[in-house]
Design a protein around this ligand. Structure first.
Ligand code: GDP
Ligand code: IMO
Ligand code: MG
Length: 434
């Protein structure tokens, strides 16, 4: 009975939502372990498009339990809006969804704090999603945060809210920021959120433990990507949570001994949203062609994603951190129009070749990528159902990525829909899916 982690191997938006939705057919529970409504996971079921932000993508499968783990930060307003959309689509949200009593809560003063740190003079903006994610995690680590268990506790919530609010207003005053908000109304609104969410809040670590005892299988759904991880990413241009595989344990309370496999999702090229170093970024017309072909615009903010070429050293690094058993290469079809495809196979820093990922963004900005150029296949791969049915040059491209990254390519995605996927026969991934 294997439990697996599915997570982003690059800077997010690799197509995790599509793959989690597809794989969740074989699982009983899908659990999110970090992040918040900064994530945007797109799933197409036929013509219908869903964008999941906080709720695990597995909710789209009837009977699959969806768990928001303790490592997630929850904006209850955003959660209820997402729940309402899914309910309208006929999904049994109340039956399928459970939320950790230890997950931290995002309040309207969190995006306010974020605006101060992002827009303050002399500060380098991270280019965040402005959802209050970072400040909510700051409160968690500073041990003053409010958790779901506090939100639903009428005897304590009001005092905790007032104390945390007083902190924030003191900071705003110090920075001469005028705050015009009816905070009593916010507190009341959160009480109504609490009443609606109370039945769904529980000890999800215990729930997951029980599920495993009953022989149920869990899929852990990562948000963001390894290069946005607070520890291993391109700090400070990262998100504030543990997006890499280790986060699945701390973010759900499931021990490492219960995890049987880790699957990395990577595009056939690479993208990034927001600021920060990006060694293989394709500027100008080249980048624009990929952006248009791949519809590379943020699912949450609508921002154009920065686009570039597949980066082998980066994949090596994210494999080191996560121990990928298998890779899913998504959006192969987006490269269909190219006659030549550059792949970064090494880094040069100050003229010297290196395999090491620099720890600082300053170091990363000094990287000169070393490229090899592979021939494009220049025909459609969209929806091709088998690996053998792909054009020879596309197969060679995938074999090349497999050989260079030293991780099997167990699955190829060649279109946004469930059916536009090739799971390779005999792969480790096929075995892990069971
Ligand atoms: P996530 O955050 O990792 O779930 O990815 P996003 O949903 O933010 O972005 C991935 C985008 O690519 C979505 O619009 C998907 O519908 C789309 N997508 C996923 N896989 C494929 C694929 O193989 N080909 C194409 N053309 N689009 C894909
Ligand atoms: P999914 O799960 C891509 C980026 C933001 C910004 C940085 C910090 O859809 O792959 P934050 O609001 O988290 O403090 O912003 O992280 N970012 C993402 N980029 N995909 C995501 O999620 C992202 N979530 C955050 O653009 O650069
Ligand atoms: Mg996304």
């Amino acid at each position: 009975m294997s439990n697996i982690i599915v997570l982003g191997a690059q800077w997010g938006d690799e197509g995790k939502g599509k793959m989690v939705d597809l794989f969740s057919e074989k699982f009983d529970v899908v659990a999110r372990y970090q992040g918040g409504h900064n994530a945007g996971h797109t799933v197409y079921i036929g013509e219908t498009k869903y964008v999941l932000k906080l709720i695990p993508s597995g909710i789209l499968r009837p009977g699959v339990s969806a768990v928001i783990g303790n490592g997630v930060v929850v904006d209850p307003g955003a959660l209820l809006a997402e729940m309402a959309t899914l309910e309208t689509a006929g999904i049994a949200v109340d039956a399928q969804l459970r939320i950790s009593n230890r997950a931290h809560v995002i309040f309207p003063f969190h995006p306010l704090m974020e605006k101060m740190s992002e827009a303050r003079e002399g500060r380098t903006a991270i280019g965040t999603t402005s959802r209050g994610i970072g400040p909510a995690y700051e409160d968690k680590i500073a041990r003053r945060g409010i958790r779901m268990a506090d939100l639903i506790d009428p005897a304590y919530f009001d005092d905790m809210f007032e104390a945390l609010l007083a902190d924030k207003l003191t900071i705003a005053k110090a920075f001469h920021i005028a705050v015009d908000q009816d905070w009593a109304a916010v507190r009341k609104l959160y009480q109504t959120y609490a009443n609606r969410l109370r039945p769904l809040v529980c000890d999800t670590a215990e729930l997951l433990s029980q599920s495993m005892k009953e022989g149920k299988r869990i899929l852990f759904e990562g948000a963001q990507g390894t290069m946005l991880d607070i520890d291993h990413g391109t700090y400070p241009f990262v998100t504030s949570s543990s997006a890499s595989a280790g986060g699945a344990c701390t973010g759900t309370g499931v021990p490492p001994t219960k995890i049987n496999g880790v699957i990395g999702i990577s595009k056939a090229y690479i993208t990034r949203v927001g600021g920060g170093p990006f060694p293989t970024e394709a500027h100008g017309e080249e980048g624009e062609r990929i952006r248009q072909a791949g519809k590379e615009f943020g699912a949450v903010t609508g921002r154009p994603r920065r686009c570039g070429w597949f980066d082998v050293p980066l994949l090596h690094f994210t494999t080191t951190v996560n121990g990928f058993d298998s890779l899913v290469i998504t959006k192969l079809d987006v490269l269909d129009m190219l006659t030549e495809i550059p792949v970064c196979v090494g880094y040069k820093v100050d003229g010297k070749e290196t395999l090491e990922m620099p720890a600082t963004f300053r170091g990363m900005e000094r990287i000169e990528p070393v490229y090899e150029v592979l021939p494009g296949w220049h025909c459609s791969t969209k929806g091709t159902p088998t690996f053998d049915g792909l054009p020879d040059k596309a197969k060679k491209y995938l074999d090349y990525l497999e050989q260079k990254t030293a991780v099997e390519v167990g699955c190829v995605s060649n279109g946004p829909e469930r059916t536009e996927t090739i799971i390779r026969k005999g792969s480790k991934l096929e075995k892990l899916l069971g």
